[in-house]
Design a protein around this ligand. Structure first.
Ligand code: F6P
Length: 337
């Protein structure tokens, strides 16, 4: 069998470990031929690819980014609506590449596109990827653990400078519409306030928490906010908005830090390397068994798979009764409510 691998959407640490897991398993265990398609789905249209072999798959386990390049898939998705004539172009290029299966490493958008490709006749396997951890159908995505490690290390560092200046530090983390990174890094980093898109917040409650802490002699506070935070008036720049509101209402000097793309950079954590390896290997197993139209996933402690039609339907957001939220509230951490 001949398989094509592509990475699509935002990059994250662990993509190369996944490419290696799929490729080495396919080549060494199933005697398959493997090509790497460049720059996401556009690589299919342009037939822009490279052969992957044991040499090209060596030394990439710990590398950040993606050796294949990536691109956002929204523009490509417009091309492949099932009732659209362009779909035949995609199928034609897929056939010209003589592929038996296309492995799509990506987040929600990529899995949606993978589902459409599957419906127009391509054999597709999806592998969920994102630091946001918001792909429906899997307990966790690779990239998330590394991003939480990066964000937690940054929050740890902010404690000493906040303490030195008796300031409030507001830290904005990524996560798109979900608050998974904010919740996990906020709790691991000892934040006093954690604001999630999934939980509406009242800035007065936030200010009360900070004022009460000051009255109790706590010299500084750490506030972690998710980038997807919204107010009733709509989208905001969370770090700036919350920092200004706190300083204005409490009178305490407040500074903000937006971690941004640092959370997507650098080498994957050991956990993400192994998660990516497990998912990649399972993808090759599904291909060998000709079980297409599925997305590999983590279900409990097991590697599993679900239909792409199930994965492509919605975001996995933080449930308001998540045990980390409950535990945080029990310990006096404010979620702005
Ligand atoms: O999906 C990963 C992510 O980093 C989100 O957390 C963030 O909102 C988005 O990508 C940024 O997208 P781009 O890389 O296109 O600027």
């Amino acid at each position: 069998m001949k398989i094509g691998i592509l990475s699509s959407g935002g990059d994250c640490p662990g993509i190369n470990a996944t490419i290696r897991g799929v490729g080495k398993t396919a080549i060494m265990h199933y005697n398959m031929e493997v090509i790497g398609i460049h720059n996401g789905f556009s690589g299919i249209l342009n037939k822009d690819f490279q052969t992957l072999d044991q040499r090209s798959l060596s030394g990439i386990l710990n590398l950040g980014g993606t050796i294949l390049g990536t691109s956002r898939e929204k523009s490509f998705r417009k091309l492949i609506l099932p009732d659209d004539s362009h779909s035949s172009i995609i199928k034609q290029k897929y056939d010209e590449l003589e592929l038996d299966c296309l492995v799509c490493i990506g987040g929600n958008g990529t899995q949606k596109t993978s589902h459409i490709l599957s419906r127009i006749g391509l054999n597709v396997i999806g592998i969920p990827k994102t630091i946001d951890n918001d792909v429906w159908g899997t307990d966790i995505t690779f990239g998330f653990d590394t991003a939480v490690n990066i964000a937690t290390e940054a929050i740890d560092r902010l404690h000493s400078t906040a303490n030195a200046h008796r300031r409030v530090m507001v830290v904005e983390v990524m996560g798109h519409h979900a608050g998974w990174i904010a919740l996990y890094a906020g709790m691991a980093g000892g934040a006093d306030v954690i604001l999630l898109p999934e939980l509406s917040f009242d800035i007065d409650r936030v200010n009360d928490t900070i004022t009460n802490r000051a009255h109790q002699g706590k010299p500084y506070s750490i506030v972690v906010v998710a980038e997807g935070l919204r107010t009733r008036t709509g989208k905001i720049h969370p770090a700036d908005y919350i920092a200004r509101m706190i300083e204005k209402e409490t009178g305490i000097e407040t500074r903000e830090t937006v971690l941004g793309y640092i959370q997507r950079g650098g080498n994957p954590s050991p956990y993400d390397r192994n998660l990516a390896t497990r998912l990649g290997g399972h993808a090759s197993e599904l291909i060998a068994e000709r079980k297409f139209g599925r997305m590999v996933c983590i279900n409990g402690n097991r590697v599993d798979s679900i239909l792409l039609s199930e994965a492509a339907c919605k975001l996995k957001l933080v449930p308001p009764d998540h045990d980390l939220i409950i535990q945080g509230q029990r310990m006096g951490i404010s979620f702005g409510r």
